[in-house]
Write a protein that binds this ligand. Sequence first.
Ligand SMILES: Cc1cc2nc3c(=O)[nH]c(=O)nc-3n(C[C@H](O)[C@H](O)[C@H](O)COP(=O)(O)O)c2cc1C
Length: 318
Amino acid sequence: MTMPTDSRPYVPVARPISTRSITEALHRAVSAARYAPSADNAQPWRWRLDDDGLDLFIDSSRMTGAGGPGDRIAAVGCGAALQHARLALAALGWRATVTRLPDAADPRHLARLHIDAVARIGRRAVQAAQNVRLRHTDPRPVTGEPLGPRDLESFTAAVEAEGSRLHVLRPDEILRLLLASPPAAELGPLEAQWYEELARWAGRGPGAGETRHERAATFIVLHGPGDERVDWLRAGEALSAAWLVATEMHVSVLPLSAPVQRPAARDALRRTLGDRGDPYLVVRLGRNAGPAVVPHSPRLPLDQIVEVRGAGAEPRSR
Ligand SMILES: Cc1cc2nc3c(=O)[nH]c(=O)nc-3n(C[C@H](O)[C@H](O)[C@H](O)COP(=O)(O)O)c2cc1C
């Protein structure tokens, strides 16, 4: 299934640009960004809002293992939040410029989002923005029809539009990943569970081949050109954009951080990718036979993630 193309003409806009309307739009962008996914739901971001834009800062203190791989994973979450904010502004009809890593002296300052002008509202942006509140992580076993090449084309397009790449893992590549996994005694229960699932998928674990649905899932690696903070930020923007496409297509998404956080597993992924770049995240995609009953995860209140400077009103929940 492919996403509908946005063939409908853009909705023309004719409305005044006022500080008030810009402030309102920025508050709405931050409200949307709250719903972005992040590892362990840590929400490792802080926003500063002023008269004509937003600044995004990473707050690694909310992550365990900050400074190491946890910091990279936190940057992915921040990228997802940035994509949500960008999308909200586009859906409201604002053109914004994004400057990533705008302050060389402050690596925590991940992005500046500056409103430039009114823009025409695209139907796809509105549709994707509506999916922000519907999107969620789905840890249930995947039991439905496997994804086809056209489904994967839609995800690939969304990922590539954000400057990252997607690689579909083959069984032998999953085996390589498994061979690099730590001894079972070193794994936490959740991590052990995902390695077991990968093993069953690859036909190696206990119970492999017993259930038809083991190969119903598709495992992909999100990857890109470098290992700098900006690359991880962009990976988060790509993950988020593709996840909203998946939500539209009723495809379940489960990111798996462990393979990129464990050095040996990460090296195995690097070998799989060869010269195609650095791995950012393994993600399980699939369809489920029934509707999701997974409760939505809570989010931090706005006053814990936003600082308002200059622009009049206080942030409000929506
Ligand atoms: C970078 C990143 C890594 C994640 N890693 C995992 C993971 O290893 N295992 C898992 O079950 N969920 C993982 N998640 C999903 C988060 O736990 C989830 O986004 C968060 O709890 C919020 O829930 P929601 O996505 O349903 O809104 C990850 C999400 C992100 C953005």
